[in-house]
Design a protein around this ligand. Structure first.
Ligand code: FES
Length: 140
């Protein structure tokens, strides 16, 4: 299988150090709630990296440091229940996310595993960006 990964928003290799032959197929339900995309994801990447590698419009304003909610992604129940629990920092950011659902997570905090194969990830209809609007995260 010949797969091309495009890095359009970030510099560098979004899969550096990972086994690029260890891939799963995932599906995205886009912000309009209708359009779908199917992409490949490398096991070990986070969902934000997968999105950016495939020109999926998932913002990621803080570039994956858990300091915004613009990478908010809604996960299918069956997979959600198998994930490690969100950290307190992630929960704090999720509290500010637009369209929060029971199975909401921050895409930058969710690492792809083999269990992600054929799962649908839903992108909310909007994002709320406190990070670039003056929100200053507290130091840990
Ligand atoms: Fe900011 Fe994920 S990109 S929390």
């Amino acid at each position: 299988m010949n797969i091309k990964f495009v890095t359009s928003r970030h510099h560098g290799d979004l899969a550096a150090g990972l086994d690029k032959s260890n891939i799963v197929t995932i599906h995205w339900l886009l912000q309009d709630g209708k359009a779908k995309r199917t992409t490949q994801a490398i096991v070990g990447q986070n969902l934000l990296q997968v999105a950016h590698s495939n020109d999926i419009d998932l913002e990621g304003a803080c570039e994956g440091v858990c300091a915004c909610s613009t990478c908010h992604t809604i996960i299918e129940d069956a997979l959600f229940n198998t994930l490690d629990e969100a950290s307190e920092d992630e929960e704090d950011m999720l509290d500010m996310a637009f369209g929060l659902e029971e199975t909401s997570r921050l895409g930058c905090q969710v690492i792809v595993t083999e269990a992600f194969d054929d799962v649908v990830f839903k992108l909310p209809g909007a994002t709320r960006n406190f990070y670039v609007d003056g929100h200053v995260p507290k130091p840990h």
